[in-house]
Design a protein around this ligand. Structure first.
Ligand code: FAD
Length: 281
C-alpha cells in the first residue's frame, strides 16, 4: 500500500489471561507491518471498561503502536465518559473511535445521557477540544435501525459536522455499496476520509450470524459457495481470502484511503489478505 494510505487493526478485549496474551502476541506480529494504529472495542454500558483501558494502554506502551479506544455513549453517564476521556488524555492517547453502541438486551441499564454518536462526538470536542482524532462508524449498507438510506446518510453527515475527523465502515462484501456511499457523502459536502472496515472470512456460520445482526449483506454467490464447502475450513478460508483480497484491491484502486481490519484477535486472516494486495507498502 502506498505511504499515503492508512491501515489499522481492531481487537476486542478478552476475559481471560490466556486470551489477553494471545491478543498481545497477535498485536506484536501485526506491529511489524507498521500500521497507523490499533483499536480496541468497548462493551456498551461499560461492560469492558477496565479491560479496554488496560488493553489500549498496553498496546500503546508495550507494543508501541498508537492505540485508539472505542468509546460508546449508550449506558454511560456524562461523568463516566468525562472520566474516561481524562484518563485517556492523561495517558497520551490521541485517537478515539466514538460510537453510540448497542446495549445488551435484558441488561436493564439506563440508556445514558447522550443518545447518538453525534452527541458523543460533540461532547468529546466540548470536553477536550482538538486533542483527539475522532473516528466514527459509517454504514454503506445502512445501519439496521435506520429508517432508510437517506436518513442514515444525513445522520452520518451529522457526525462529521459535530467534529469527526474520519470514519471506519461496518464491513461489507460489495465494493459498490462503499463507492456509492462515499459519492453521496461527498455530494453533501463532507470530505473526511472513510476507511473500509474489512472482515476476513474464516468461518461461515459465525459470519452469517454476525452479519444478520449488524446488517451486513453476504451476497448470494458468496453465501452459496461458503455453504457448499460445509465443514471444509481450508476451502472456506482459501475462498474467503481470494474474495476479500480482490475486494480490497478494488477498493484501493477506486480511491479508498486505507483499510481497517476486524482481526477478531487473529493475525493470519488479515495478513493473508494484506500480503496479497497489489498496492504494497
Ligand atoms: P449512531 O451514529 O448514533 O447511529 C445509530 C442509529 O441512529 C442509526 O440508525 C442512525 O441512522 C440513527 N441516528 C443517528 N443520529 C440520529 C438522530 N439525530 N436522529 C434520529 N436517528 C439518528 N459497538 C460497541 O458496542 N462497541 C464497540 O466498540 C463498537 N465498535 C464499532 C466499530 C465500528 C467501526 C463500527 C462500524 C461499529 C462498532 N460498534 C461497536 C457497533 C455500533 O455501536 C452499532 O452499530 C450501533 O448500533 C450504532 O452505533 P453508531 O455509533 O453508528 O450510532
Amino acid at each position: 500500500m502506498s505511504q499515503d494510505r492508512g491501515f489499522s487493526f481492531e481487537f476486542f478485549p478478552t476475559k481471560t489471561d490466556a486470551g489477553h496474551e494471545k491478543l498481545l502476541a497477535t498485536a506484536r506480529q501485526l506491529a511489524t507491518y507498521n500500521p497507523d494504529f490499533f483499536s480496541c472495542t468497548y462493551g456498551a454500558g461499560g461492560s469492558t471498561r477496565d479491560r479496554t483501558i488496560n488493553t489500549v494502554l498496553q498496546l500503546e506502551r508495550e507494543v508501541k503502536v498508537p492505540a485508539a479506544p472505542h468509546l460508546s455513549c449508550v449506558g454511560d453517564s456524562k461523568a463516566d465518559l468525562r472520566a474516561l476521556l481524562t484518563q485517556y488524555k492523561d495517558a497520551g492517547i490521541k485517537r478515539i473511535v466514538a460510537l453510540r453502541g448497542d446495549l445488551p438486551s435484558g441488561m436493564g441499564m439506563s440508556s445514558g445521557e447522550l443518545r447518538y454518536a453525534s452527541d458523543l462526538v460533540a461532547f468529546i470536542r466540548a470536553e477536550t477540544g482538538s486533542h483527539f482524532h475522532i473516528e466514527v462508524a459509517a454504514y454503506p449498507e445502512v445501519h439496521p435501525q435506520a429508517r432508510n438510506f437517506e436518513d442514515d446518510l444525513a445522520n452520518f453527515v451529522r457526525k462529521a459536522q459535530a467534529g469527526a475527523d474520519s470514519a471506519i465502515t461496518q464491513y461489507f462484501f460489495n465494493a459498490d455499496s462503499y463507492f456509492y456511499f462515499v459519492e453521496r457523502v461527498r455530494k453533501l459536502g463532507v470530505n473526511i476520509p472513510i476507511v473500509p472496515g474489512i472482515m476476513p472470512i474464516t468461518n461461515y456460520s459465525k459470519l452469517a450470524r454476525f452479519s444478520d445482526a449488524c446488517g451486513a449483506e453476504i451476497p448470494r454467490w458468496i453465501r452459496k459457495q461458503l455453504e457448499a464447502y460445509g465443514d471444509d475450513v481450508q476451502s472456506i478460508q482459501a475462498f474467503g481470502e481470494q474474495v476479500i483480497t480482490e475486494m480490497c484491491n478494488r477498493l484501493l484502486e477506486g480511491g479508498a484511503p486505507g483499510l481497517h481490519f476486524y482481526t477478531l484477535n487473529q493475525a493470519e486472516p488479515s495478513l493473508a489478505i494484506w500480503n496479497n494486495l497489489k498496492l504494497s507498502r
